[in-house]
Design a protein around this ligand. Structure first.
Ligand SMILES: NC(=O)c1ccc[n+]([C@@H]2O[C@H](COP(=O)([O-])OP(=O)(O)OC[C@H]3O[C@@H](n4cnc5c(N)ncnc54)[C@H](O)[C@@H]3O)[C@@H](O)[C@H]2O)c1
Length: 324
C-alpha cells in the first residue's frame, strides 16, 4: 500500500521508511532536510521516492494524491525542547501548524489515516509517577510537549470534521543507529560519540534522573503495525516501562566504548523531568507490539554503528570536523 512518511529522512523516520519498504509498501518520503539527511535513506534509496519540501507547502496535497497515498506517518517536527522554550512561536509553527497542514493535505488527497509521532516522554509531564499509562492526565511542561498535545487534538478534530482516521504513538526516549550526536540528540548518542572520540562527558544533576530508552527498530515496528492494523482513534504509548538512570547509562556506555566512567557533574538544567517511563500495555494488547531489543543489545548495536560512522569519510554535504 502507498504510505507517506513526513520527516522520513530523520533519525526515526529513516527506520520507519526502511521497515515499511521491507514489508513491501510503496513509500513517499516528505522531508525538508532541515535536520534530516538523505544519507539516512541510503539503505532504501532505490525503493522509495523523496520529495524535498516543507510539510506546510501546498504541494503536499498533490503529491499525496498523485502517489495515491493511503496512510501518512507524520514524524516531521522540530524536536529541540530547549529551543521550544526559547522560541515557542517557531515551535508551534513547525509542530502545530505543520501538523494541521499535513492533516489538511491528507484530507484533500483522500488519505485514509494518519499515524502521528507524539511524545510520551513529555506530554504527561511529571504529574503522574512512572510507568505512565495513556489514561494519565496530559500536563505539558514545555512548548514542545504542548505542541504534541495540541497536535493530538487536531487529529481528533479532523476525524470529526472529515472522517480522517488516526493513531498517535507516544514515544519514550528513542535511541539507536542514525541518531545525530551533533543534533538535539538523545543522551545515548551524545555520550557514545564523545566517549569514542576521547572527549569528556557531562551529567546535569546527580545522575539519578531516569528515562525509558526504547530502541528505534522497535519503534519502527510499531509504526508498521499502526499503518497496517485498523487500530484507530487512540494514543498508544511506545516504551519499555523500565526506568534507567542517566548515571547507570553512563556506566554501560563507558564499558562498551572502552572509556572512563568519570562524567563531569554539573547542576541540573531547569525544566527537565526527574523520572520518566511509559506503560505500553495498550500497544501490546491492540497492536500486538512486543519489545524485541533489550537495552544492552540496543546500546551495543548503537555504539557499533557510531564507531563505524565516525571512522568513515565525512558524509556528502558535511564540512569541517564533526561536533558533538
Ligand atoms: N527522538 C525521540 O526520542 C522522540 C521521542 C518522542 C517523539 N519523537 C518524535 O518523533 C519524530 C521524529 O523525531 P527524530 O528524533 O527522528 O527527529 P529528527 O530531527 O531526526 O527528524 C525530524 C525530521 O523531520 C524533518 N522536518 C522537520 N520539520 C519539517 C517540515 N516542516 N517539513 C518537512 N520536514 C521537516 C527534518 O528534516 C527531519 O528529517 C518527531 O515528531 C519527534 O517529535 C521523537
Amino acid at each position: 500500500m502507498p504510505v507517506a512518511v513526513t520527516g522520513g529522512a530523520g533519525f526515526i523516520g529513516g527506520h520507519v521508511t526502511a521497515a515499511l519498504a521491507a514489508a513491501g509498501h510503496r513509500v513517499l518520503v516528505v522531508d525538508d532536510l532541515s535536520t534530516g539527511s538523505a544519507a539516512n535513506l541510503d539503505g532504501v534509496a532505490g525503493d522509495i521516492d523523496l520529495l524535498q519540501a516543507d510539510v506546510a507547502d501546498p504541494v503536499l496535497a498533490s503529491a499525496l494524491r498523485a502517489a495515491e497515498v493511503q496512510v501518512v506517518c507524520h514524524l516531521a517536527a522540530a524536536i529541540d525542547v530547549r529551543a521550544s522554550v526559547a522560541d515557542p512561536v517557531q515551535d508551534a509553527l513547525r509542530n502545530v501548524v505543520g501538523t494541521v497542514a499535513v492533516l489538511q493535505s491528507a484530507s484533500q488527497a483522500d488519505v485514509g489515516k494518519v499515524v502521528f509521532a507524539s511524545s510520551g516522554g513529555s506530554i504527561y509531564g511529571s504529574a503522574t509517577p512512572p510507568p505512565v499509562a495513556e489514561s494519565a492526565v496530559i500536563a505539558p511542561e514545555s512548548p514542545y510537549a504542548a505542541s504534541k498535545a495540541a497536535a493530538e487534538l487536531w487529529l481528533q478534530t479532523f476525524h470529526r470534521l472529515h472522517g480522517l482516521r488516526w493513531t498517535a504513538l507516544a514515544l519514550a526516549n528513542v535511541y539507536g543507529p542514525h541518531q545525530d550526536p551533533a543534533g538535539e540528540a538523545g543522551v545515548i548518542s551524545l555520550f557514545s560519540a564523545r566517549m569514542l572520540a576521547g572527549l569528556p562527558t557531562t551529567i546535569y544533576g546527580d545522575g539519578s534522573q531516569t528515562r525509558d530508552f526504547v530502541y528505534v527498530k522497535d519503534v519502527a515496528a510499531a509504526f508498521l503495525l499502526a499503518c497496517e492494523l485498523p487500530v484507530e482513534g487512540l494514543r498508544l504509548n511506545i516504551g519499555t516501562g523500565v526506568e534507567t538512570s542517566v548515571r547507570q547509562l553512563h556506566t554501560e556506555l563507558a564499558g562498551l566504548c572502552g572509556a572512563p566512567d568519570e562524567p563531569r557533574m554539573e547542576p541540573a538544567r531547569p525544566g527537565e523531568l526527574h523520572r520518566s517511563a511509559l506503560d505500553a500495555a495498550r500497544a501490546r494488547q491492540l497492536l500486538g507490539w512486543e519489545l524485541q531489543t533489550g537495552l544492552r543489545t540496543g546500546l551495543a548495536e548503537t555504539v557499533e554503528w557510531l564507531r563505524a560512522d565516525l571512522a568513515a569519510a565525512p558524509r556528502a554535504g558535511d564540512s569541517g570536523p564533526r561536533r558533538f
